[in-house]
Design a protein around this ligand. Structure first.
Ligand SMILES: NC(=O)c1ccc[n+]([C@@H]2O[C@H](COP(=O)([O-])OP(=O)(O)OC[C@H]3O[C@@H](n4cnc5c(N)ncnc54)[C@H](O)[C@@H]3O)[C@@H](O)[C@H]2O)c1
Length: 263
């Protein structure tokens, strides 16, 4: 074999996503929107799914103004019919290379006050919805030329979380689902990984991060980089996990938290 194999040949772009067909769920705003933008800037063809159709339409327009083309799909990951429609759309455009499962909801409550309904609500979107979307699109990923699945977990995928036991349980399940899927899909050439973001300032987290001054101070003290993250801080990891640069990486939970979980 040549000293320079395919992976080290000069000119090979490890982060080029040209022609890669991508679905991002939860793409209307926040982390999903940032992920989609970054993937689009690296050449991916975007299909953006979200249950908030109005916000999604604005996002797609804004992306277009910034030179990133994307098609919107107004859908709810909890709806089997909606997921079926998404599958038909991707099949109609020739298949799928990369799936980013980012749609999610949060619930915070003292454990003594949390209800079973709270768990059901979180589970339905964060784990069941992710599972249903993945199952439906899997055949198209397996049929492709080395697909990638990127699931979005949270610190709850690797640690316990204060006043978010049910949420953390759903995200812990996302981590184990990710690794189990990686086991089953490795021989099909599909890489499956998860990103576990730390505290990222979005609509979902805003009130919690800004609300209680004492808690905010305590949280910032634990983050080695001394600040909460922005969606842009997570973008690079999405690109890496979607791109050829990570072709030998699967079954991993990549924590992007400014150092919160390192001590
Ligand atoms: N913000 C954080 O600090 C943080 C930390 C760790 C993990 N996460 C995870 O990152 C993901 C994105 O969170 P975010 O902070 O950007 O939140 P966000 O609320 O800004 O965005 C979530 C998006 O998901 C969509 N969505 C929710 N339920 C849906 C459903 N049933 N079907 C389709 N779309 C649905 C929403 O409409 C919204 O556009 C979530 O999975 C969340 O759990 C966020």
């Amino acid at each position: 074999m040549s000293v320079l194999d395919r992976r080290s040949t000069l000119g090979w772009d490890a982060f080029d996503l040209s022609g890669k067909r991508v679905v991002v769920t939860g793409a209307a705003r926040g982390i999903g929107c940032a992920a989609a933008t970054a993937l689009g800037r690296h050449g991916a063809e975007l299909l953006l799914a979200d249950s908030q159709g109005d916000i999604l339409a604005d996002t797609v327009k804004e992306l277009g103004r910034n030179g990133v083309a994307a098609a919107p799909v107004n859908m709810d990951v909890r709806s089997v019919e909606d997921v079926q429609r998404l599958t038909e759309i991707t099949a109609g455009t020739g298949g799928l290379d990369i799936l980013v499962n980012c749609a999610g909801v949060i619930g915070r409550a003292r454990t003594s006050e949390a209800t079973v309904k709270d768990l059901d609500t979180l589970w339905e979107v964060n784990m069941r919805g992710l599972y249903v979307v993945t199952q439906a699109l899997l055949p198209q990923l397996v049929d492709g030329d080395g697909g990638k699945i990127i699931n979005v977990g949270s610190l709850g995928s690797v640690l316990g979380l204060e006043q978010r036991a049910a949420y953390a349980a759903t995200k812990g399940a996302v981590a184990r689902y990710t690794q189990s899927l990686a086991v089953d899909l490795g021989r099909h050439g599909v890489c499956v990984n998860a990103i576990a973001p730390g505290y990222i300032q979005t609509t979902m987290s805003g009130d919690w991060l800004d609300g209680d001054g004492e808690r905010r101070k305590r949280m910032l003290e634990r983050i080695l980089l001394g600040r909460f993250g922005s969606p842009a801080d997570v973008e690079g990891t999405f690109v890496f996990l979607a791109a050829p640069a990570s072709d030998y990486l699967t079954g991993q939970i990549i924590v992007v938290d400014g150092g919160w979980s390192s001590w």
